[in-house]
Design a protein around this ligand. Structure first.
Ligand code: PLP
Length: 461
């Protein structure tokens, strides 16, 4: 390879040179290869199963092996035709900043360990509050994912709600604590249930509120709440993209001083677009929010964000202390999140938002929504049933009976033009199309739609 013929004699430079050249080749070839790896590429992973090597290996050769065996077995989620789950790509500035911050290798737990990351984290959290329309005096942190962000917010809620009865859960735990009543919608994401489990509330010890045909909580069916209630609502249903009626729920909750938490893993970012902002109306009234930057804003993995109105409750739930951990006078990143040592995720998030700007972020949201609508129109025109109102970037399509939809999905995944996953929506098997990547173009949508329609025609005979 020409880029590797000039490999440096310094091991670090040599490894970086090989990694840089191969990463560029990987990204260049991503749109022309199958979105899902071939069976042979996956089978070749067996070569990783060697005994623990006795001898060291040159860093450049480590990277070469990783690329030669690993790259062909990756899923092209960084490409432009991956529509599974809710998976964004990585913006160019984000990827490049990630390389640089990897070179920095900062531990961002405490300001004294990395003044630059602590400072950038404050800046970027303020930007996120502004983008999402959340009060800018909220406290928050950057965690791995929305599941962790949900957990962190619920731990803060637990601290505050029990604190009202004079119970300090951080010191005394949950055994014997006054009860807290948890209310969720029937369509709460599984990660909220997991977070309830982790926070000791129990994922089944909840009151479930029925939802409508789009998965929105029926706010008129909310139970009577109290100052010991925790209500979890959703901005962006993972299947339909729908939003709970936040204004009604927050008003009802706050009349009785209940804590309202928002799982807005991807949907909250609709607030970045003047065209879609109305969907997020009322969510700013909540008490805590969880979201992801690795989904719709196209930051790299992993980048979850938690924001909490009651800064003291979050700090009380998350603060760590030891003689050798001497906090400064300013905000310490570790005291807002469960983890201590962590990567400089804030820098990658900063690079993402800095490179997009307000206009770029709005365009990204609007472009992906337009792509989703095009998918829905094309599928409907071909006679297939779109099961949801396509309000943002999610499309659910049925190709007929369960076995037919399953078979179309299986063949779409094997075909390799694009990749879509499956779900069951209100009893009906569906294929999910989630358009979340900055890299997806109109051409990608047409190419993917043509492949899906060709396969559906074949399956239906
Ligand atoms: C609404 C919602 N909440 C939470 C999550 C979990 O996100 P993560 O995998 O980042 O924890 C998802 C994932 O798609 C989601 O759609």
């Amino acid at each position: 390879m020409p880029t590797e013929s000039r490999v440096s004699t310094d091991p670090t430079s040599a490894a970086l040179q090989v990694a840089g050249g191969r990463a560029r080749t990987y990204l260049r070839e991503l749109t022309s290869r199958s979105v899902y790896p071939s069976d042979s590429a996956v089978a070749a992973l067996a070569q990783f199963h060697e005994p623990f090597p006795e001898q060291p290996c040159h860093p450049a050769d480590v990277v070469r092996m990783l690329d030669e065996l690993g790259s062909p077995a990756t899923v092209a989620t960084a490409g432009s035709r991956y529509f599974g789950f809710v998976i964004g790509g990585t913006l160019p500035a984000t990827l490049a900043a990630s390389w640089l911050t990897s070179a920095w290798d900062q531990n961002s737990a405490f300001r004294v360990m990395s003044p630059v990351v602590a400072e950038i984290e404050e800046v970027v959290l303020r930007w996120v509050c502004e983008i999402l329309g959340i009060p800018d005096d909220c406290e928050g942190g950057i965690v791995t994912c929305a599941t962790a962000a949900n957990f962190t917010a619920l731990a803060a809620a637990r601290q505050a709600l029990l604190g009202r009865s004079g119970w300090n859960v951080a010191d005394d735990g949950l055994f014997g604590a006054p009860p807290i009543e948890v209310v969720v919608g029937d369509e709460a994401h599984a990660s909220v249930l997991k977070a309830l489990n982790l926070a000791g509330f129990g994922q089944k010890r909840v009151i479930r509120v029925p939802t409508d045909a789009q998965g929105r909580m029926k706010s008129n069916l909310l139970p009577k709440l109290s100052r010991n209630s925790l209500v979890c609502i959703q901005a962006g249903n993972v299947n339909t993209g729908s939003f709970d009626p936040a204004t009604d729920i927050c008003r009802w909750g706050h009349e009785s001083e209940a804590w309202v938490h928002v799982d807005g893993a991807f949907g909250l970012w609709a607030a970045a677009s003047p065209k879609y902002r109305h969907l997020t109306a009322g969510f700013e009234m909540a008490d805590s929010w969880a979201t992801d930057a690795h989904k719709w804003p196209n930051a790299n993995y992993d980048c979850g964000i938690v924001l909490v109105r009651d800064a003291a409750a979050l700090r009380a739930a998350m603060t760590i202390s030891a003689a050798y951990l001497q906090p400064g006078v300013k905000r310490e990143p570790t005291n807002q999140t469960p983890d201590a040592s962590r990567r400089a995720r804030a820098v990658e998030l900063w690079a993402t938002l800095k490179s997009l700007g307000r206009q770029g972020l709005a365009e990204l949201i609007e472009r992906t929504c337009a792509h989703a609508r095009r998918f829905a129109t094309g599928l409907r025109e071909a006679g297939y049933e779109v099961l949801n109102d396509v309000v943002i970037n999610q499309v659910l399509v049925s190709f007929g009976a369960e076995e037919i939809t399953q078979e179309v999905m299986r063949r779409v995944q094997k075909d390799g033009t694009c990749w879509c996953g499956g779900t069951v929506w209100q009893g009906k098997t569906a294929m999910r199309i989630s358009v979340s990547s900055w890299a997806t173009t109109e051409e990608d949508v047409e190419k993917s739609l043509a492949a899906i329609l060709r396969i559906a025609r074949q399956v239906r005979g």
